[in-house]
Design a protein around this ligand. Structure first.
Ligand code: IMP
Length: 196
């Protein structure tokens, strides 16, 4: 089956393809599907924003659409940057800013999690699915893979940017949420064949 990912973020698209293609789901970008939309993400929750994005694209393409809204929630910052993760700092400066804000936070209080909410819509209806990846904020940036806050997010002693894409996808918030999406698609459309 084919599904459109409602995103303008190439990193999210790449990860979704890596996770869903082996399960037999071909992920089209919204550009490939002909939906050049960029709705305002003015919801209060990850689920609100994911549904805003999914709906904007579904209204154009009328085929299965899913959207990812995600972010980093840092306990010492009372859950910030959270839904504002993409706007927390100018692009490429988010890790520097976070490390600055965390410079006096002791090791025991550096816990954080990535949250991912997937909203999906097709002719059978819509829904949302959530997953998280728990870890802690390091003291320096490490690793060259991934995107966003990956270089400062420690999972079992390594940052997500030090993991290969397969390693990240196996433990990430996005990987877990997209595997739940696969279960929904399997219920609705039957088992998919990766070789088709
Ligand atoms: P949005 O979902 O488009 O609002 O943006 C989510 C923002 O959260 C991204 O721009 C990243 O800064 C951050 N983020 C979400 N998922 C990840 C991830 O897997 N690694 C690193 N940063 C992430």
């Amino acid at each position: 089956m084919k599904a459109v990912m409602a995103t303008n973020n190439p990193n999210k698209l790449k990860e979704a393809r890596e996770i869903l293609a082996p399960l037999g789901i071909e992920v089209l970008s919204q550009q490939e599907a002909g939906a050049a939309v960029e709705p305002e993400e003015n919801g209060e929750t990850f689920a609100d924003n994911a549904m805003i994005k999914a709906k904007a694209v579904f209204d154009v393409v009328h085929m299965p659409v899913f959207a990812d809204d995600s972010g980093l929630c840092v306990d010492a910052l009372h859950g910030a940057p959270g839904v504002h993760s993409a706007r927390y700092a100018p692009k490429g400066q988010e890790c520097d800013k976070l490390l600055r804000e965390m410079q006096n936070v002791p090791d025991a209080e550096r816990s954080a999690h990535f949250a991912c909410c997937i909203a999906y819509i097709d002719e059978n209806g819509s829904g949302t699915l959530s997953a998280a990846c728990h870890g802690k904020i390091g003291y320096t940036q490490r690793g060259g893979n991934g995107f966003g806050y990956d270089p400062v997010f420690l999972y079992n002693g390594r940052t997500l940017a030090e993991l290969s894409s397969d390693e990240k996808n196996a433990i990430s918030h996005r990987g877990a949420a997209l595997r739940l999406l696969y279960e929904v698609y399997q219920e609705r459309y039957g088992k998919q064949d990766a070789d088709k």
